[in-house]
Design a protein. Structure first.
Length: 278
């Protein structure tokens, strides 16, 4: 791939996904087309669970696909090629050989429709939210990923992550040390944790790594009873919010100044000053 273009436009897509996978794909297709045609995006990021926000484990298993084949993966490849758009496809459930649980996989397609990366979410959301009486056990349904994944894109070298990952800064430091220039964080954040921590976490990961962050979120009330925070956001390498979509389905975009980022890393070399304290 040629060097990333300074000023490459990147888009975050916000959705309110439900249990109807076909309807979710129609919505995603419409918003991806808008990202390419109306925003001029080179890369677009879909939210976590964009393909299905299942009401039951049986519904989730019914739409889970084998790696490399299925309606969701076909949709992503076709849409990327037709729109000439790189797609970072939030997450979709994939079957795992020899494992009862599924992978919650983030798939990346280039603008020819070729899949170029897969990242399986490492940190699974097993928490109880006392103030809302909510309990989540992702590990009951999903197997965790094991390895960070980076991929060269038109907007620079990308480090992939998903939602709850953002609370674990060591993952992002490892990716920035491996050359990451921006991070994607597709999410389906709960309302209580979103109100408390969403923007702070996103800006922190950007600031401490001098990396751009693109967080594409689920928003609103879902048929499975969940309420998600929204506030899809693009943050620059200095921690400034470039664009935000607080509520509703839609697209938000911003241009990356990769030249300015690299100059900041040169003149403010915090990444090279790190001392590991034992």
């Amino acid at each position: 791939m040629s060097a990333p273009a300074s000023g490459a436009v990147v888009a975050a897509i916000q959705m309110t996904s439900g249990h109807d996978a076909a309807q979710n794909l129609r919505t995603a297709g419409r918003l991806l087309q808008a990202a390419a045609q109306e925003h001029g995006a080179r890369v677009a990021v879909l939210p976590e669970n964009f393909s299905v926000m299942a009401r039951t484990d049986a519904e989730r298993r019914a739409v889970a696909e084998e790696d490399g084949a299925g309606p969701v993966q076909d949709f992503l490849a076709h849409t990327a090629a037709a729109a000439k758009l790189w797609i970072v496809a939030g997450t979709t459930p994939l079957r795992l050989p020899g494992e009862q649980r599924l992978a919650t996989a983030c798939l990346v397609y280039d603008d020819t429709g070729r899949r170029v990366a897969r990242y399986d979410k490492i940190h699974l959301f097993d928490v109880d939210l006392a103030e809302k009486g909510e309990s989540y056990r992702e590990s009951a349904h999903f197997a965790p990923g094991r390895e960070p994944v980076l991929v060269e894109t038109p907007a620079g070298k990308l480090g992939l992550s998903v939602c709850y990952d953002m609370r674990f800064p060591e993952l992002y430091r490892a990716m920035s040390a491996a050359g990451a220039e921006w991070f994607t964080m597709p999410a389906a954040f709960t309302v209580p944790t979103g109100q408390a921590h969403w923007e702070t976490l996103l800006r922190s990961r950007a600031i401490e790594n001098l990396c751009q962050v693109v967080a594409a979120a689920q928003w609103g009330a879902h048929p499975n009873g969940r309420d998600t925070w929204g506030h899809s956001m693009i943050v620059d390498h200095w921690g400034r919010v470039q664009a935000e979509l607080a509520t509703g389905e839609g697209v938000v975009s911003a241009a990356f100044d990769i030249t300015a980022q690299r100059e900041t890393r040169r003149t403010f070399p915090a990444l090279t000053h790190r001392v590991l304290v034992r």
